[in-house]
Design a protein around this ligand. Structure first.
Ligand SMILES: O=C(O)CCC(=O)C(=O)O
Ligand SMILES: [Fe+2]
Length: 268
């Protein structure tokens, strides 16, 4: 299906876009329960479910409505290089505004659009597992800052209610929605205001040629996944020139070859 023209317009203009209700209510219930247990009673879960993206959360790795967007804004060859889950209680926060401005030149985070195609560096996908209202304290953004040419201005960096930039925006969406944003966009996880927690999963996808995060997903989780999903953790390279023609690091190659992901395909 791909992204709609309107979704592309919004992502390019603002640096983020939301796809509402990409998960079924059954998926929401199962994944939310898993995240709550990871944060309260991890030992009650099978080992493969004690961290994301194992267990029920694994459907998010290659969810068609997510890949759709990532293939459009990153490119056809992508990796999943980081994942974490959150149960954020009232009063808790992730931290200050970060990203935005001329650091877009860094190829890891870089944002460009040329010949009608978006080329974003690292893209975060936040899967919201509870309904989100605008003032709940979910992720906030300075729209457009992913391609700003001047450094973020100090007068626009406060998260204090009353001193916030008039440009700072959040969003509302039903549980089961996916929020996509370029990590180059100025954004923050402010104080969570609601008296019921924000339960969410954050993934970081990147172009197959780049890698920012040191890999932290437990090998028991990676091993438990079908090979077609392990493929999203394949090493960051495009071509192996020891063969003629060069071997491409495609998902198909990864799925059909029998190298263990623990050995040549995986870092320790
Ligand atoms: O906690 C949040 O809402 C934002 C997290 C964040 O900044 C990130 O994952 O890059
Ligand atoms: Fe961030």
């Amino acid at each position: 299906m791909g992204m709609s023209e309107e979704e592309k317009f919004i992502f390019d203009l603002n640096g983020y876009v939301i796809r509402e209700s990409v998960l079924s209510s059954d998926e929401i219930i199962k994944i939310k329960k898993q995240i709550e247990l990871i944060h309260s009673e991890p030992d009650s879960l099978p080992e493969a479910s004690r961290a994301v993206p194992g267990g029920p959360a694994q459907v998010l790795i290659d969810h068609p409505k997510v890949l759709d967007v990532l293939h459009e804004v990153i490119g056809p060859d992508i990796r999943l290089e980081g994942a974490f889950s959150m149960v954020r209680n009232q009063g808790e926060r992730h931290g200050d505004l970060h990203g935005g401005g001329p650091q877009q030149i860094d190829p890891i985070f870089g944002y460009r659009c040329q010949n009608g195609r978006i080329h974003a560096g690292m893209v975060r996908v936040a899967f919201e597992l509870t309904d989100i209202a605008e003032d709940d304290g979910a992720t906030v953004f300075i729209p457009g800052s992913h391609k700003a040419n001047f450094p973020m201005h100090q007068d626009h960096m406060s998260l204090e209610v009353g001193s916030r930039s008039p440009f700072l925006k959040s969003y509302s969406c039903p549980a089961g929605s996916a929020l996509f944003f370029t990590e180059n966009l100025c954004h923050a996880g402010p104080v969570w205001m609601r008296n019921t927690p924000r339960v969410a999963i954050f993934f970081a996808y990147a172009h197959l040629a780049t890698n920012w995060h040191r890999f932290t997903i437990p090998s028991s989780v990676v091993r438990s996944l079908p090979r077609s999903r392990q493929a999203y953790f394949r090493e960051a390279w495009i071509a192996d020139f020891r063969t003629n023609p060069a071997t491409k690091n495609s998902i198909d190659r990864f799925v059909t070859n029998d190298e263990s992901p623990e050995n040549s395909e995986r870092r320790p």
